[in-house]
Design a protein around this ligand. Structure first.
Ligand SMILES: *Cc1c(COP(=O)(O)O)cnc(C)c1O
Length: 259
């Protein structure tokens, strides 16, 4: 399977604050255009810059250019950055990759958001650690909409039952659903994943427990965020479109992905 448009949609490598400002402005313009085209309100989509593999010295430039949210795939890398950038106030970390239960304590300590919740053991471990830290965490439930076995996330049919197991975990503020579309250059196949997440949300909302928020849909990355916005995305996770192509292959971040 080939890489989606993500590499061709990578920004050229930014190395100054001005470069980052220009890259951010261009992504924000494209988000606004996609909102308009979909008949959606301006500002209804949040840009989550994905900062994985970007070292702290370059991040400082991006932060100066306006980046406040840092989307990180790996807990260890995120924890290191939270420590090394602790002198900057107001930064918010969103962990968007698979979490092993034994790393829940790290996420509970520094993260503001966790987008890859997909099992009850993990949810329980997070609740316990958040109680110890006296913190709460915004969470998204990850759904596997592509049917690929290597992908993390709940099967769509399991989401409704899973949501019903969460209300007792009061440190987790459920905001919505998250997905990674299929890796394909076939736009229709990619779009089908986004449609599925939106329709699933509409369906599970009907009998979701009180307090479980389902307004948010985190879907869309550098190569496909316009399609995702057309399908109702409220959070787009954009890395290479801001920071340039990554040196490490995505298989390093997405186990099983051979791209
Ligand atoms: C890396 C990553 C992204 C961003 O991908 P880009 O192609 O850099 O925009 C989005 N979501 C997740 C879960 C990721 O790991």
């Amino acid at each position: 399977m080939s890489q989606p448009a993500s590499n061709s949609s990578a920004a050229s490598s930014a190395s100054t604050v001005e470069d980052f400002k220009a890259n951010l402005a261009s992504i924000r313009e494209r988000i606004a255009a996609a909102e308009l085209a979909a008949g959606r309100a301006t500002g209804s989509v949040r840009l989550l810059p994905v900062t994985k593999t970007v070292p702290e010295d370059r991040l400082r430039l991006a932060i100066e250019a306006g980046v406040e949210w840092l989307g990180e795939n790996k807990v260890q890398e995120a924890a290191r950055k939270a420590e090394n950038l602790a002198d900057i106030s107001g930064l918010k970390y969103s962990v968007i990759g698979h979490l092993q239960t034994n790393k829940a304590k790290d996420v509970a300590r520094f993260a503001h958001e966790f987008q890859a919740l997909d099992n009850l053991r993990q949810a329980t471990a997070l609740q316990r650690r958040l109680e110890l830290e006296d913190r709460s965490l915004d969470v998204f439930v990850q759904v596997n909409t592509s049917g690929e076995e290597t992908k993390f996330g709940l099967e769509p049919t399991a989401v409704s039952t899973f949501l019903k197991s969460l209300p007792g975990l009061d440190r987790l503020r459920v905001k919505g659903l998250m997905t990674l579309a299929i890796f394909s250059t076939d736009h229709q196949a990619v779009r089908t994943c986004f449609t599925m997440l939106r329709e699933l949300r509409d369906q599970v909302r009907q009998d979701a427990p009180e307090g479980i928020g389902l307004d948010e849909l985190s879907m869309g990355m550098s190569g496909d965020f316009e399609l995702a916005i057309a399908e109702g995305s409220t959070v787009v996770r954009v890395g290479q479109g801001i920071f340039g192509a990554r040196a490490l292959p995505d298989s390093h971040y997405w186990p099983g992905f051979a791209g």
